[in-house]
Design a protein around this ligand. Structure first.
Ligand code: ADP
Ligand code: AMP
Length: 219
């Protein structure tokens, strides 16, 4: 069965971490607008040039740009590929656009999984976050260190990096954007009865178990 799910939650809630687990365990594909925008910035495309200052400030890139990226990326996938939307939608306009994008492609939204994490923990997670510069695997200074020091578990690389927007000041702006523009879209999905709330404060494996229970209910 093809699944289309949204992982929703503030910056640092664990969306990318859990999406990577679902990719590994189920062959689902993570569609992260943040990753797509960072790739555009790195490549110096017109979208990247436009988005860079907005991202550095922790504000939101325009709805048309991110919805365009999602539509393009979905078109590159087979109709049978299950997808995880990570960091999209972030506004009511994006939620509307996603409905159209999915129905135009014969897809429908199955689950919205909201990761609940306290704000102090979010700052702690984001300021300790780093990733492998070669394969992108995610780590944390205290909660998820590589098994062998300075060596990526996934690809053996030794080059790690931190995001320029992962500083406390920008994080506060990103959280304010989440509260003002993203949290208000939840009632749209609540009304459809497709939201499950998961305790994102739990350790990574337990959060994964809770998400698995939503995707493959017992019985
Ligand atoms: P998001 O994609 O929602 O912004 P990430 O998945 O990048 O968040 O997680 C932010 C940071 O917190 C990463 O460094 C990650 O290793 C760490 N992290 C993720 N989930 C947990 C968890 N359940 N407990 C502790 N740390 C976590
Ligand atoms: P993320 O990787 O999800 O934390 O996103 C990093 C930054 O990219 C955000 O702070 C925004 O500036 C931008 N961004 C990512 N996804 C979106 C989106 N769906 N809508 C608007 N801006 C986005």
């Amino acid at each position: 069965m093809t699944l289309n799910i949204i992982l929703l939650g503030p910056p640092g809630a664990g969306k990318g971490t859990q999406a990577a687990r679902l990719e590994d365990e189920h062959g689902m594909v993570q569609l992260s607008t943040g990753d797509m925008l960072r790739a555009a910035v790195k490549a110096g495309t017109p979208i990247g040039v436009q988005a860079k200052a907005v991202m550095d400030a922790g504000e939101l890139v325009s709805d048309d740009i991110v919805s365009g990226l999602i539509g393009e990326r979905l078109d590159q996938l087979g109709a049978e590929t299950s997808v995880i939307f990570d960091g999209y939608p972030r506004t009511a306009a994006q939620a509307d656009a996603l409905d159209t994008i999915l129905s135009d492609r014969g897809r429908q939204l199955d689950h919205v999984i909201e990761l609940l994490v306290e704000e102090d923990a979010l700052v702690d997670r984001i300021t300790g976050r780093f990733s492998c510069g070669t394969c992108g695997a995610g780590y944390h200074d205290r909660y998820k260190l590589p098994k062998v020091a300075d060596t990526c578990d996934q690809c053996g690389g030794h080059d790690f990096k931190r995001r320029p927007d992962d500083n406390e000041e920008t994080v506060r702006t990103r959280m304010a954007e989440y509260r003002a523009k993203t949290a208000p879209i939840l009632p749209i999905y609540d009304a459809r009865g497709i939201v499950t709330r998961v305790d994102g404060m739990a350790p990574i494996d337990q959060v994964n178990d809770a998400i698995e229970a939503v995707l493959t209910p017992a019985g």
